[in-house]
Design a protein around this ligand. Sequence first.
Ligand code: MN
Length: 273
Amino acid sequence: MHRVRSIFLSDIHLGTRACQAERLLAFLRVYDAEHVYLLGDIVDFWSLARGVYWPPLHNTFVQKMLKRARREVKVVLVPGNHDEALREYAGSEFGDIRVLREAVHTAADGRRYLLLHGDEFDQITRYHRWVALLGDFAYSLLLRVNGLLSWVRRKLRLSGYWSLAGYAKRKVKGALEFVYGFEESVAHHVRQLGLDGVICGHIHSAAIKQIAGINYINCGDWVDSCTAIVEHQDGSMELVHWREGDAPGEELWQETPALESPQLARVLPLQRR
Ligand SMILES: [Mn+2]
């Protein structure tokens, strides 16, 4: 068990088939913290509106959070655009989980981070909602094809996880410009507030980097890249890429012992830019 100071998660999208709840729960079995921040798009109400999909593992995640909140872990939920209905409850508490529109986290090293989901800085979601909905549909289609692809890879006993969505994001010029534009405008806003950094989500592109003197941190997501941010006891931040095979006893780990190549697994699976 890694005892860290804080865990930051976003874009889990419970209620969708793409949600990788099993891997998220494996991550939470290994990491424990004093603070857990859920930075939006935790439950995907857009997808639930199209049809309810709620397997037991999605319940397990919710129960785990409620349980941690009960035993003195400070759990804060900052709603995103896919769970924007919860924004009306900002300031309320649900079973020891605090709901806030946005928050400021002071790290152990004294640095102050703005915590928000980030859709406020996404010009597409904000001004052209129907485009966002269309994009959402196209993205879930991409993730489904991705699921099929990784099944084929498993059958072929290829190691590592290869992300089609990540590949598309890296290769499509517009996607990259979108990501950079988002990161820049968030960092700019945070600098005006006089804070040291920001921890957000929304664009499904995990990062820890310096932008305009601001520590820009994005949690990534749990539908594709399976990433989280953890704050260590000294206040340093780390981006954790969770892969199948990271937890002992995982199915893939046992399935492909001979072909398991650590180098390959490190290079292939995630959205590196
Ligand atoms: Mn979002």
